[in-house]
Ligand binder design. Structure first.
Ligand code: SER
Length: 265
């Protein structure tokens, strides 16, 4: 359990809690890198925390961390390409074109049986988030992830749902990819119908706060999938989304990093 004693309420506190938690799990904490990625397979902008590490996922360069794990709080832009949130800005309270993604990464080291319980521990023990209001999705093919959520973590199976494309994350048209497992916060019946994240009419009610990707494949330019040299983990948790949950608000604009700007404007 982390040494963080008070529940984070600001972006600075949440970033610190994240880095402290994963440093305590033997991750090297790496600073946010440029919004312009350098790997030839990368899209135009850094769209997620994994992008600075592409060459390690692909086995092109030796991993400089011992053990081969990293954690970061990466600035991201989603304003074009495969992950384009631009059209939702201003219409939705939960999308931003520029945001910060907190991530933990395993380069051929730990896998689902560690990544999943750590995510639960961080949310429920460090942040004090009510686990009874968290829902989980796993890829249709991924029995292993569902077993870890149900058997190791103890999430009731009626709050674990299995989806297809929504649970397969890809960096861009080409690049590392794999099945994913997402964690959603239930904002309650005022924000939409029941049925969990699998209900497409309930997107405002069940909001994704963390995506755990099990990066096992490479998508080539012809669309083909090949195995990566090792099975990896790439997780991404939305800093502003978690701050909104902690503030009890469905609006990302309640995060201090944005509310201060809005008030100033
Ligand atoms: N790459 C995944 C995402 O962006 C997890 O970090 O959702």
């Amino acid at each position: 359990m982390s040494a963080v004693l008070t529940r984070p309420a600001t972006a600075e506190q949440l970033r610190a809690a994240w880095c402290e938690f994963f440093a305590g799990k033997a991750h090297t904490v790496v600073p946010s890198s440029s919004l312009i990625p350098t790997h030839p397979s990368a899209p135009m902008f850094t769209n997620s925390g994994m992008m600075p590490f592409v060459s390690y996922f692909l086995g092109e360069e030796p991993v400089p961390y011992d053990p081969p794990r990293a954690a970061s709080v990466q600035r991201c832009v989603r304003a074009g390409g495969k992950h384009n949130d631009l059209d939702a800005i201003g219409r939705s309270l939960r999308h931003l074109s520029f945001f910060e993604m907190m991530g933990n990464f395993s380069f051929g080291d730990y896998f689902k049986s560690d990544a999943i319980p750590w995510a639960w521990e961080f949310l429920t023990e460090v942040l004090g988030i009510d686990g009874d209001r968290l829902w989980i999705t796993c890829h249709l093919s991924d029995d292993e992830a569902e077993e870890v959520w149900a058997d190791s973590v103890g999430v009731p199976r009626d709050r674990i749902q299995r989806l297809d494309k929504d649970n397969f994350w890809e960096m861009g048209e080409t690049g590392p990819c794999g099945p994913s497992s997402e964690i959603f916060w239930d904002y309650g019946p005022d924000l939409g119908p029941a049925g969990g994240p699998a209900n497409p009419l309930a997107e405002d009610r069940y909001v994704e706060i963390w995506n755990l990707v099990f990066t096992q494949y490479f998508r080539g330019i012809g669309g083909e999938l090949t195995d990566l040299p090792k099975a990896n983990v790439d997780t991404g948790a939305g800093l502003e989304r978690i701050l909104a949950v902690l503030a009890g608000s469905p609006s990302l604009y309640s995060a201090d990093v944005l509310s201060l700007l809005v008030e100033e404007a």
